[in-house]
Design a protein. Structure first.
Length: 508
């Protein structure tokens, strides 16, 4: 059995008699005692021996006990030590306050009883032990949180790779005409469920970013109207599959704002997905209007449904993490209880607000999003030249997942592009150097050379004449920043929708 370690106490006092008396009392009580007669000596002893408690007289010949305490607290190696100030002269309340404000844990006025000294030291040791336990627990939780983030990042990567292959394959099948209604229905089911899985993966990975306040925006000039039309293209098949009407009212003119288009698409996809999912009959209404003028102008987006509604006791908490409107045992509506928390966070980051309304169960619900507009953005919004999407490009795909690689090749060739493929980074670099493509789609998690090294090598050997796009299952902001630093022009998170890839080819 290991004997418990005796606590060590550093006794600092320039008066020999007082120092001897305190050290004797501590020794008789069973403590290991160290001594110092000056402030600088105390700092040196504390640095070398790491005592558990420092009994520190305020009046010392070189520097005051107050300054010694402040220096102990400022040094990470000594900051956790318990400090007990003692004084026979500085006994007024303002002196005690100064000592405690300076970092001391307790203050005794001399002369004091031996029992009082020992009891105070024991109290400080209990406090120090409790703080150490709390620090150890905090460190354990931080380590668990770090491992959780690593696990979620790896989980996202492993889930996104097969989703990317499925989504690309569906993009190919959609472009093949069919007269078989059953086959068309099956394609629709696969597409809807794949999109749903992709959204669940994104929401799952965003949990840790929300809890750590790490959600970031990549703002640009965005017209809200075409963005919502794009979201509606995803929502319409789901509404059709449930026999629901999707009533849409959009303004005829643009609604310009400074925003992260990808994140706003995530917001409105979540809201429409929820509205459709929680509605069994009737329909969903999307109404958008401009409110206010000048600097107070804002876009107001209303998503209203005739679904199951929200109970009054749930409504105030509907935007909280893991809150659920459907609390039935069968969980027929699905969902992780993450989406609305993310919606609120993203809208707040855009300087807007989101509210929820419902008259209770069975009476549907309405979510209202308000986003600030800047009318001057319409004048400065970048105009895009018309691009001939039919022009074939030379494209290199570097991807180690064979299904994803083949699906991407087939899709690009279907669009009329010349495609070369490589299963790893080394072969990808060799192909690009031998015959430089116009565009390279490069996975990050490659064997041999990873995607970052591929980009750095190509920039060094081929230069800036090639457009580089990172496609990865790792969707963290840090990964995106690292990709751009490595030389990539764009960073896409798998699964990349065919329409998104088509737009990318037109932009680069």
């Amino acid at each position: 059995m290991v004997e418990p370690r005796l606590a060590t106490v550093l006794n600092v006092n320039d008066d020999d008699a007082s120092r001897y008396l305190v050290s004797r009392l501590l020794s008789l009580a069973g403590y290991n005692v160290l001594e110092a007669a000056t402030g600088m000596g105390a700092l040196l002893m504390a640095q070398q021996h790491h005592p558990d408690v420092v009994i520190l007289d305020v009046k010392l010949p070189d520097i005051s006990g107050y300054e010694v305490c402040e220096r102990l607290r400022a040094n990470p190696q000594t900051a956790a030590m318990a400090v007990l100030h003692t004084s026979a002269t500085f006994v007024t309340s303002d002196k005690k306050v100064r000592g405690l404000d300076g970092g001391a844990d307790a203050y005794l006025t001399q002369p004091f009883e031996g029992a009082e000294l020992i009891a105070t030291v024991k109290s400080l040791l209990r406090l120090r032990h409790a703080e150490q336990v709390a620090r150890n627990r905090a460190n354990e939780l931080a380590e668990m949180d770090r491992r959780k983030d690593e696990f979620l990042a790896m989980l996202g990567h492993e889930l996104r790779n097969p989703l990317a292959a499925i989504m690309t394959a569906i993009g190919i099948l959609e472009r093949r005409p069919t007269s078989d209604d059953k086959e068309a229905r099956m394609r629709g089911i696969i597409q809807r469920q794949t999109n749903h899985l992709a959204r669940l993966v994104d929401d799952l990975l965003d949990v840790s970013r929300i809890t750590r306040d790490k959600v970031e925006l990549r703002p640009g000039t965005v017209d809200l109207v075409p963005l919502l039309r794009q979201v509606l293209q995803i929502a319409q098949p789901m509404a059709d599959s449930r026999g629901l009407g999707l009533d849409v009212s959009l303004p005829s003119g643009p609604l310009w704002l400074r925003a992260d288009a990808t994140r706003l698409e995530q917001v409105f996809t979540n809201l429409l997905d929820n509205a459709i999912k929680y509605t069994d009959a009737g329909g969903v209404h999307l109404h958008v209007e401009l409110e206010g003028v000048g600097g107070s102008a804002q876009a107001v987006v209303r998503v209203k449904d005739s679904g199951i509604g929200i109970p009054p006791e749930v409504l105030p908490h509907i935007f909280e993490l893991f809150a659920q409107a459907d609390t039935s045992l069968e969980r027929s509506r699905g969902g992780l209880g993450i989406g609305l928390t993310l919606v609120r966070k993203l809208i707040q980051l855009h300087g807007g607000e989101v509210t929820a309304r419902s008259n209770g169960p069975g009476h549907g619900s309405e979510f209202v999003v308000k986003l600030p507009l800047d009318p001057t953005m319409g004048e400065s919004a970048p105009a895009r030249d018309a691009v001939d999407l039919r022009r074939g490009r030379r494209v290199l795909v570097v991807e180690d997942n064979s299904d994803a690689r083949q699906a991407m090749r087939d899709l690009l060739e279907l669009w009329g592009h010349q495609v070369a493929v490589a299963p790893d980074g080394l072969q990808g670099v060799a192909l690009a150097v031998a015959q430089p493509p116009e565009l390279a789609l490069v996975d990050i998690g490659l064997p041999g050379l990873d995607g970052y090294q591929v980009a750095q090598t190509l920039r060094a050997q081929v230069g800036n004449h090639i457009r580089l796009v990172a496609m990865t299952g790792y969707g963290s902001p840090e990964g995106r920043d690292q990709a751009l630093r490595a030389g990539f022009d764009r960073h896409l998170v798998k699964p990349v929708k065919p329409d998104e890839l088509n737009r990318l080819l037109s932009e680069l």
